[in-house]
Design a protein around this ligand. Structure first.
Ligand code: UGA
Length: 447
């Protein structure tokens, strides 16, 4: 195919995109400022958990179609197209997105590129960023360079990164400059030939599609969780409610699972960044509802902590608590803004002896919170537990039946933070089990 592609940033998004581009037949170099990561990746070692990605990475490192470097010089003159996939975390001093990594990447490229090149933004950015980056490129570009910019937001979910990249449900191209659409059509030709819908639009719309999608998903989760607060107060079954709502095709069943709420590196920071950005634009009230979405989400964590206190008769100090799951969702080792990890830490701070087990997330959690105890397997985690909390719905936990814990725990008490266990089955086996959205009389009048 002959096209050379660089991918700047080797996090979840960048590595997945780079490996998938190699799989599509392009020559790819991934760039990052972190030499340790680059060394690992160059050896075909993936520094995080993502199903299907290690195989692709190894395959294309071996084929020579995928390389990694810390050297911008190496990619600037080599690649025809540069994808920007660096992080835009929440700023330390507020709710806005920190654009320093995107800006730095664009400047590094703009100052070095000679001849023709296309820069394609993939990172999630505040609306208006692409137009500002356009100016930044003009300010820093060498006179011999002819750089065009396009915005191509990424919708991949962690845990499904390869699938979402190879067979996306839509493609969005923010293309305002000559030639950029044609190049993106070549890069994504396989998906386009398979009939993937493509939306060609301006920079602002492309940026907004991404942030609006995440804001909508977060709102959907908090919507059902706000109804969980109602059923917790007066009774009703939140799962049946969600099922019944989901039959309406206009609403849909997905993202209506009540639980401990959303976390991760995207939804929480994106709804905050959107509020910050709209305020900057003078639209102080427009995204006000997202503050409520955030609040509802955070109240879920408090609810679980209160439940733990109540189930343990307010004797949390010294109680042995098993936490099953610390990653923000299953099939991921990511613990960024993880509700499960936050709850584990709160219980620890309240004096409980917390033992955590996650099939993939222990190491990342231990780096952040070394004072929690980490178990190597489920049996070790629940040994002599006064209370078990299921907080991330890994298959291993969803498949649990009372007999699995029999003879291990000190007391038969469990909080099902994801509503994945059969309450009748556990009750019949003598367990006290409380789920999310479940009326629990001792908590009446509370959260
Ligand atoms: C999210 C979006 O789904 C992707 O489309 C987007 O590309 C990505 O952010 C991003 O901006 O990079 P991701 O963060 O991987 O993807 O996770 P999701 O699958 O969206 O789950 C987010 C959180 O919501 C998890 O903590 C999950 O447990 C929670 N959730 C999800 C619920 O609490 N209830 C549900 O019904 C669904």
């Amino acid at each position: 195919m002959g096209m050379n592609i660089s991918v700047v940033g080797t996090g979840y998004l960048g590595v997945t995109h780079a490996a998938c581009m190699a799989e599509l037949g392009f020559n790819v170099i991934g760039v990052d400022i972190d030499p340790t990561k680059i060394k690992e990746l160059s050896h075909g070692n993936l520094p995080f958990h993502e199903p299907g990605l290690p195989e692709l990475l190894r395959k294309h490192v071996a084929s020579g179609r995928l390389r990694f470097t810390t050297d911008y010089e190496e990619i600037s003159s080599w690649a025809d197209v540069h994808f920007i996939g660096v992080g835009t975390p929440q700023r330390a001093d507020g709710h806005g997105a920190d654009m320093r990594y995107v800006d730095a990447a664009v400047i590094e490229l703009a100052t070095r590129i000679r001849g023709k090149a296309l820069i394609v933004g993939k990172s999630t950015v505040p609306v208006g960023a692409a137009r500002r980056l356009r100016t930044l490129i003009e300010e820093h570009a060498h006179p011999d360079a002819e750089i065009t910019l396009a915005w191509n937001p990424e919708f991949l979910r962690e845990g499904f990164g390869v699938k979402d990249t190879m067979t996306p449900d839509r493609l969005v191209f923010g293309c305002e400059e000559p030639g950029s659409e044609a190049l993106l059509r070549v890069i994504y030709s396989r998906a386009l030939e398979a009939g993937t819908p493509v939306i060609i639009t301006d920079f602002e719309t492309a940026e907004l599609v991404k942030i609006a999608a995440n804001a909508f998903l977060a709102t959907k989760i908090s919507f059902i969780n706000s109804f969980a607060e109602i059923t917790e107060t007066i009774g009703g079954d939140i799962t049946v409610l969600a099922d019944a709502l989901g039959h309406d095709a206009r609403i849909g069943r997905k993202f209506l699972n009540a639980g401990v709420g959303f976390g991760g590196g995207c939804l929480p920071k994106d709804i905050r960044a959107l509020q910050a950005r709209t305020s900057e634009l003078g639209l102080t009230h427009t995204m006000g509802f997202l503050a409520e979405v955030d609040e509802i989400n955070l109240r879920r964590r408090e609810r679980v902590v209160r439940l733990a206190h109540v189930l343990l008769n307010e004797q949390l100090v010294g109680a042995r608590v098993a936490v099953l799951g610390v990653s923000f969702k299953p099939d991921s080792d990511d613990v960024r803004d993880s509700p499960a990890l936050d709850i584990a830490v709160r219980l620890f701070n309240a004096g409980a002896d917390v033992l955590v087990y996650d099939p993939k997330g222990n190491q990342n959690a231990a780096e952040r919170f070394p004072r929690l105890h980490y178990a190597n397997d489920l049996a070790e985690a629940v040994a002599q537990a006064d209370l078990v909390l299921l907080l991330t719905e890994w298959d291993e936990f969803k498949a649990l039946v009372p007999a699995d814990l029999e003879g291990l725990v000190a007391a038969r008490r469990i909080i099902d933070g994801r509503n994945v266990l059969s309450r009748s089955q556990w009750k019949d086996a003598g367990w006290e089990i409380v789920g999310m959205g479940q009326h629990h009389p001792p908590l009446d009048g509370e959260l």
